[in-house]
Design a protein around this ligand. Structure first.
Ligand SMILES: Nc1ncnc2c1ncn2[C@@H]1O[C@H](COP(=O)(O)OP(=O)(O)OP(=O)(O)O)[C@@H](O)[C@H]1O
Ligand SMILES: [Mg+2]
Length: 248
């Protein structure tokens, strides 16, 4: 069995005519911590949406640990936990219910779901808030709630679309520790972020996407070493600037 996430010549043209992905090919190894970086509108959320089965691709092939999103969408989805860029839970629903109800989509019995939810909410510091409607949470707590919900079915691949947007420095460090622990436990993680320092600290592999095309994809350590002491942020800015100067 293929133990990787394989993306081949992935294309997406929205109904509006926008070509968001123009033939993306990537291979993400099992157990990797993979950062997908790129400017606003580059295609990151579109790519994550296709992996998670929320966006219908126009062309190309995607398989997740050997399951094709076309041939076996249910198995593929069961492998994946998604932390979307936008808050998308019912603001009137209680924290615990948001997490437990999600388990229902994967056929996890309620008793088991409650036990899992307790562990996950405790790990993420949300257990005290379990009976509050989600609208009463702060922005940072809402982000952590989306992580809790994404983990309830024990996915092997976690997709994080800007999980730390609007999260304060202390809480962000707490989230980094949590994500590192998940990754060390064997979970494959794909992260998009506009905080380059975050990507530099967390990820083992980095890809950059610009205007729907991959412009870089390599191990983080190698990239940093090649640019002798430069920060990822500066490498990124140079690369995107260079790419934008090329005729498209
Ligand atoms: N539902 C949609 N309908 C039409 N166009 C869309 C839709 N969603 C995204 N797009 C367009 O596709 C392109 C890629 O958008 P996408 O959201 O994937 O970018 P992104 O890299 O996630 O950006 P950001 O960093 O701002 O979140 C943009 O030009 C965007 O306007
Ligand atoms: Mg996005």
């Amino acid at each position: 069995m293929q133990e990787e996430i394989s993306i081949k010549d992935l294309r997406k043209v929205y109904k509006t005519g926008t070509a968001a992905l123009k033939g993306v090919t990537l291979s993400i190894e099992k157990g990797d911590f993979f950062a997908l970086l790129g400017p606003n509108g580059a295609g990151k959320t579109t790519l994550i949406g296709i992996l998670a089965g929320l966006v219908v691709k126009t062309g190309g092939e995607v398989s997740v640990f050997g399951s094709s999103i076309d041939k076996d969408p249910v198995t593929t989805k069961s492998h994946i936990g998604l932390v979307p860029q936008e808050f998308n839970f019912n603001i009137f629903e209680k924290v615990i219910d948001i997490v437990v109800d999600q388990a229902g989509f994967y056929g996890i019995p309620r008793k088991e779901a409650l036990a899992r939810a307790e562990n996950i909410l405790k790990d993420l510091g949300l257990w005290e808030k379990r009976n509050e409607p989600s609208q009463q949470l702060s922005g940072g707590m809402k982000r952590r709630l989306m992580i809790a919900r994404a983990l309830i079915h024990h996915p092997r691949l976690l997709l994080l679309d800007e999980p730390t947007a609007g999260v304060d420095v202390e809480m962000r460090h707490g989230m980094w520790d949590f994500l590192r622990k998940m990754n060390q436990g064997g979970m494959t993680i794909v992260l998009t972020t506009h905080y380059l320092e975050e990507a530099e600290k967390l990820s083992r592999t980095v890809a950059m996407i610009n205007k729907g095309e991959i412009v870089l994809n390599e191990p983080m350590a190698g990239l940093l070493a090649r640019h002798g002491g430069k920060k990822l942020e500066n490498i990124y800015l140079d690369l995107i600037k260079q790419d934008n100067e090329q005729p498209s």
